[in-house]
Ligand binder design. Structure first.
Ligand SMILES: [Zn+2]
Length: 201
């Protein structure tokens, strides 16, 4: 069993190219995740002009923080770095599933159809609330090697990319929650203050 797990990890390493990051959540991460009320989360991120080894180092550290917190997505501003960089992994229990790295992502199109889905955020731990967003999106970005990529995303991937891209503009999912009563109750339960929400209503 240990051996087959090792093979899976090797395959994940091959698939993700230069990224080999353990998904083991027990290791202590270097980058701390900031939480609601912290102003760093409200500052917009800048485009990355060159995808080099320092960016790939940052990606690895972000993945480490994300896996340690058992999250499926993390944006650089959440660890206090204002660069347009996201990491996503919708299958964190599966070592063979490579993470997705989006650098300078741009949504080029989104569907007219909308969906309501319950979101959570590593920067607002414990809080889960419904958010309405377009169902599908088209996104242009660069990967961890600087190669231009395009994807059409739907379902959880579409949801996760939209949520993480909001972080690049200093927007948090609680800003988009339409049910104020649920919002206030949920924030209070988990020790957050509704004065830190910047409503988009
Ligand atoms: Zn988030």
């Amino acid at each position: 069993m240990a051996r087959s797990f090792g093979q899976l990890a090797k395959k994940a390493e091959r698939d993700s190219g230069c990224l080999s990051v353990s998904k083991d959540p027990t290791k202590k991460p270097e980058l701390k995740i900031h939480t609601l009320g912290d102003n760093v989360l409200r500052k917009p991120a800048k485009r990355i002009s060159k995808v080099d080894s320092s960016i790939r180092d940052l990606v690895k550290k972000m993945l480490h923080s994300m896996y340690s917190a058992k999250g499926i997505g993390l944006a650089a501003p959440q660890v206090g770095i204002h660069k347009q960089l996201l990491v996503i992994d919708l299958d964190i229990e599966n070592a063979a599933n490579p993470p997705l790295v989006l650098i300078n992502p741009e949504i080029t199109d989104f569907s007219a159809s909308i969906e309501t889905y319950e979101e959570g955020c590593l920067s607002i731990p414990g809080v889960y609330l419904n958010v309405i967003r377009p169902s599908t999106i088209k996104v242009n970005f660069r990967d961890e090697r600087g190669r231009p990529k395009k994807i059409n995303a739907d379902g959880l991937l579409s949801r996760c990319i939209q949520h993480e891209m909001d972080h690049l503009n200093g927007v948090l999912f609680v800003d988009r929650v339409t049910n104020q009563e649920d919002l206030n109750k949920e924030l209070e339960t988990h020790g957050f203050n509704n004065r830190d929400v910047i409503s988009m209503e």
